[in-house]
Ligand binder design. Structure first.
Ligand code: GDD
Ligand code: MG
Length: 367
């Protein structure tokens, strides 16, 4: 089966990380998010992939090319203006003449796609929607089902106390291609609001495939940190796609960087060619991207640092995210929930308050 992956959104809830990087290219364990997703699809032999793009498409294209290097075939469609989740599928209609998968391009999961296809074939609906349980359903598409697991009601982002179940749309569908005739061409259209609810009102069959497999939408900075914690602790997602192998709590991707005088407490992933000074402490769960430099006596605890960032002597990073090419001076404190976009410089001796967000290219000094 073909898969359409929706990767056109701006990812505003991940700002400032997604100011220069589309959500699909945001690194998870030093690999673009989409690479993890492609690895997942390959496990189920889903090898023919259409990427429906809008925001910052070029970095995705230049990384994945035609997909050969990743063992898949990729077709790119770029929207001139955002078409929404449904308009993006309409745009791909000419490529889709059999039942196909749709994936929201920000979901990392182990939902069993083989089982989902079997259910779709057995129940023969117009659409099958994968469901997952969450604690706060009002942030998602809430899906009510009947005793036979057919969908009764679909409500996108209901009010805070209006959700009637904690089962939500996991952002994975199998769709029969005829349904695309209902979507207007070149028009912004959301399947969650303008396709599923009317289909249900007309009595058209929509199946649900509920799963309690690991599932996370990485679309907020809190979730971005959480997915790293989950993957590094490996209790939740013991999959070879996702980075560390099951016996390694510390992974240093090569031996040319200098790190021998550092103290590393896993789970930690250190990318290629990092330089860690004397008495540096790295406390997991933490990730350093390629070519990072960490000065003497610095502490990195629970932080995710993208490639080519530098941190001065005796500085401390705690439970924060530092994007690429950042320069953090000596003796700085970057505490919980801080997020630095790309190319940010932080002046020597700065003490940031928790949850500070700095937009790409800015210089900040804060004592
Ligand atoms: N091509 C294209 N064009 N893709 C788009 C567009 C667009 O105009 N707008 C959004 N997308 C992509 C995003 O890049 C993302 O991968 C996916 O569609 C879903 O958009 P989000 O903005 O992440 O939606 P959400 O997380 O608030 O809600 C959606 O996902 C939830 C599960 O994570 C909905 O489908 C909910 O019903 C669902 O529960
Ligand atoms: Mg999302």
């Amino acid at each position: 089966m073909k898969a359409v992956i929706l990767v056109g959104g701006k990812g505003t809830r991940l700002y400032p990380l997604t100011c220069n990087t589309p959500k699909a290219m945001v690194p998870i364990l030093n690999k673009p998010f989409l690479e993890h997703m492609i690895c997942y699809l390959k496990k189920y032999d889903v090898l023919d992939i259409v990427l429906a793009m809008g925001y910052l498409p070029n970095s995705i294209k230049s990384y994945f090319g035609d997909g050969t290097e990743f063992g898949v075939k990729i077709t790119y469609l770029v929207e001139e203006k955002p078409l929404g989740t449904g308009g993006a599928l309409k745009n791909a209609e000419f490529l889709l003449n059999e039942p196909f998968f749709v994936f929201n391009g920000d979901v990392l999961t182990e939902i069993d796609l083989g089982d989902m296809v079997r259910l779709h074939r057995e129940t023969n609906p117009r659409v099958t929607i994968a469901l997952t349980p969450v604690d706060n359903p009002s942030l998602y598409g809430v899906v009510e089902t009947d005793a036979r697991n057919m969908v009764k009601r679909f409500v996108e982002k209901p009010g805070l106390h209006e959700a009637t179940t904690n089962m939500i749309n996991a952002g994975i569908y199998i769709i029969e291609p005829e349904i695309l005739a209902r979507i207007p061409a070149s028009t912004f259209f959301m399947v969650e609001r303008e396709l599923f609810p009317p289909l249900l009102e007309e009595g058209q069959p929509i199946s649900s495939y509920a799963s309690d497999a690991y599932w996370i939408d990485i679309g907020t900075t809190e979730k971005y940190l959480k997915v790293h914690r989950d993957l590094l602790s490996r209790e939740k997602l013991p999959s070879p796609c996702h980075g560390l192998d099951s016996h390694q709590y510390i992974s240093i991707e090569n031996s040319s960087g200098a790190y021998h005088e550092a103290r590393i407490e896993g789970p930690v992933l250190v990318g290629k060619d990092c330089t860690l000074g004397k008495n540096v402490q790295i406390k997991g769960p933490a990730v350093l991207g390629e070519r990072c430099e960490i000065g003497e006596n610095a502490i990195v605890e629970g932080a995710i640092v993208w490639h080519d960032s530098k941190m001065g002597k005796s500085s401390m990073l705690k439970n924060c995210i530092i994007a690429s090419n950042c320069h953090i001076g000596d003796d700085c404190r970057i505490p919980d929930g801080c997020i630095m976009g790309d190319n940010v410089a932080i002046g020597k001796g700065s003490r940031l308050t928790p949850q500070t967000k700095v937009w790409p290219g800015n210089y900040l000094y804060h004592s």
